[in-house]
Design a protein. Sequence first.
Lengths: 78, 158
Amino acid sequence: MTAVPEPLADDGVLWSMVEDGFHVGSRNGEFLGYIDRRSDDQFLACDMFSREIGVFTDLPSAMQVVSDGPSAPLETAQ
Amino acid sequence: MTTLQQDPLLTVMYSSTAVATFGEPELSALLAQARAANERNGLTGMLLFRDNRFFQTLEGTPDAVHEVMDRIRADDRHTDVHILNQESIVERRFSDWTMGYVPLPAPREPLLPGVRNSFTDVQGSDDAVAALRAARELNLWFRVRANRTSGRRAARAL
């Protein structure tokens, strides 16, 4: 089976979902942060150090703020 | 953990497939066995299981990690053991868990266009880079879930 290139958003960010409501963003293999949907259906965005960087009513807004931040190797995340 | 801080550390991430259907009793028995063995051997790590497939991260001294990987490869409860990554580390990332476990629920919501599924990528990708990315995403997810107060209890629930 041939490996299929991974799709990227226009800003070069690759998003993955681990479980419903939990998305991880990376760009060129560098970890950007993650988004965790809370029980109140708000989206908590965290940076590469798991620091909270905002709470949003919609996923695209949370993705944007994570995409705009700096990146770090994924294994350094808490 | 009894491992001295100056001991070199190795971490291994691998995926595998259960040979027979694995229910909660079998999983509980596996976790109990792994935790006891890991405690004796100074190993830490975490396990995820879904759709009869395993993903595991182990860390410890190189000798201990190699020994447990030999046992895992010989364990007839699973097959198709695929090493995703093996690297030296300076400090443990799962120091609180002899074998952490958090249930990973099956997705009920459709993926957004262009969004990958980490558990699928770690199991089925021929792309080593994608599989490693997905493995690290699973590790991150585990730490986020388990480091919550309630999540920490869940990590030890089985």
